[in-house]
Design a protein around this ligand. Structure first.
Ligand code: NAD
Length: 465
């Protein structure tokens, strides 16, 4: 039963407590991991603290070299990692390999390349600005991209000279443990990277309040993020929050409707809607209603049901009982209040966490299902009568994570500039390497490339006579 790694070694937790990990597809318990407690977490933080001074003084090229060694080892073991992700998340094979694993290996290379270009000591006439690490960084990650969300935190953190204590989601800790088996082989100095599996309410809280932790980077629900920010405030820690979303895709008058439907469906179906940046609110001209709905119905046929073993990895199995109840709860309530299904069927009690795509019309932007994050393959279709109204509705959300505008490129760009969100696609739905993060209650801070690296440094100005 692994889950605790510090001082460069696997450790026995102080208390024998464990968390079971379920395969959402078979619904079998496939492993148990350590539920660590305060004593273990304190030791992991102490380990990170003791490694700090050495690590931050290790030249950047040497730090990058170790990350490169790790990346190459991971890449070689791609089949193993994809299988673990598939089993603990219940997603399809290709999804696990391409989107959940390989795209983050690419992100690791990008971090390394961008780090080489950074100027860590910027000289001015009378002073120099140094970029320095914060110190011990606590990384708290969710289950929906169990490998990727870890990479987006621990890699830029250690490249920039911080040391890390990682607390992965209790639902998907296996990929984190496998990652630490590789970290263990690479030759990082003991204490640079530490792992404590466990429950958010306990391990997460200890890390967020620990006096020796200088920074917390959290990806998860907005409610969890608010809690972390409050806990971290007492010791004035640097906090990064990557939170939920309810992103709008706006279809303009002259948009290519098939393209719009296809791109939106891709964002929603790819991880069974369990993606923070999924475009789950579609705003379209009322006069085009029939054509828009037909385009979605036509394109939805290509997003067929997937199981973990087939290659077509679209809509399929939600990650847990809790998720299934949540998604069905939202949809049933919306239908009871007058929403109609343009695609999909009313959820019925059944075995397993199978959930098909559901596209709802007759929904208002103020309805609960249009305002809250469902985190399943559910899209709400909302008509508008003017672009002004479309913009007001797009921005009428507590969230601001992602979004898209479909239409003539220049017009779409002008519209996009007025949307209150951290990332927008024009006539598209995916891209990598660019900064990613939220406006409003979707959080603050950015991940990816140069901007992701810069989140992990503070500036020191030294005046020289
Ligand atoms: P969650 O908030 O339940 O948990 C996230 C992590 O924080 C877990 O490791 C959990 O154990 C820990 N945690 C939870 N509550 C805590 C608390 N009060 N104190 C300390 N630690 C705590 O989120 P989840 O269900 O794992 O993930 C789904 C959510 O993550 C969705 O809302 C999704 O939108 C969001 N998400 C955001 C991004 C992004 O980049 N913005 C990416 C992926 C997921």
């Amino acid at each position: 039963m692994k889950g605790l790694y510090f001082d460069g070694q696997w450790q026995e937790p102080a208390i024998n407590d464990q968390i079971d990990v379920e395969n959402p597809f078979s619904r079998e318990i496939i492993a148990s991991v350590a539920a660590t407690h305060e004593e273990d977490v304190n030791k992991a933080v102490a380990s990170a603290k003791s490694a700090l001074s050495n690590w931050k003084n290790t030249p950047l090229p040497e730090r990058i070299e170790l990350v490169k060694k790790l990346t190459l080892r991971l890449e070689k073991r791609r089949e193993d990692f994809a299988a673990i992700i598939r089993d603990e998340l219940g997603c399809g094979k290709d999804m696990a390999m391409n989107i959940q694993f390989l795209s983050y290996i690419k992100a690791m290379f990008t971090y390394m390349e961008e780090a080489k270009k950074l100027n860590l000591a910027e000289k001015n006439d009378s002073y120099t600005v140094y970029k320095e690490p914060y110190g011990v960084v606590a990384c708290l990650t969710p289950w929906n991209y169990p490998f990727g969300q870890i990479i987006q935190k621990i890699i830029p953190a250690v490249i920039m000279g911080n040391t890390v204590v990682l607390k992965p989601s209790q639902k998907t800790p296996l990929v984190a443990i496998e990652l630490f088996k590789e970290i263990d082989q690479v030759g990082f100095p003991p204490g640079v990277l530490n792992l404590t599996t466990g429950r958010g309410s306990e391990v997460g809280n200890i890390l967020a309040t620990h006096p020796d932790v200088r920074m917390v980077t959290f990806t998860g629900s907005t409610s969890g993020g608010k809690e972390i920010a409050k806990l971290a405030a007492d010791s004035v820690k640097r906090v990064i929050l990557e939170l939920g979303g309810k992103s709008a895709a706006v279809i303009l008058d002259e948009a290519d409707l098939n393209l719009a439907a296809r791109r939106v469906l891709f964002t929603v179906c790819s991880n069974v809607g369990q993606t923070c940046s999924a475009q789950t609110r579609v705003l379209y001209p009322r006069k085009l209603e029939d054509k828009v709905i037909k385009a979605f119905q036509r394109q939805a046929k290509d997003f067929s049901f997937a199981t973990p073993d087939n290659h077509d990895t679209r809509v399929g199995i939600l990650a847990s009982q809790k998720q299934t109840e949540r998604v069905w709860g939202y949809v049933n309530q919306a239908i009871d209040q007058g929403a109609e299904l343009a695609i999909g069927q009313k959820p019925a009690e059944q075995e397993g966490y199978y959930t098909e795509l559901m596209v709802l019309k007759n929904v208002s932007n103020r309805d609960k299902i249009a305002q809250e994050e469902v985190f399943g393959p559910v899209i709400v279709m909302i008509p508008y009568d003017s672009e002004q109204e479309a913009l007001a509705m797009a921005n009428d959300s507590i969230y601001g994570l992602s979004g898209a505008v479909f239409g003539p490129p220049d017009q779409a760009l002008e519209f996009a500039k007025q949307m209150e969100t951290g990332q927008i696609f024009i006539n598209d739905s995916s891209g990598s390497g660019a900064p990613f993060g939220g406006y409003k209650q979707s959080g603050y801070g950015r991940e990816g490339g140069k901007y992701g690296l810069l989140e992990f440094v503070q500036l020191k100005t030294v005046f020289t006579p």
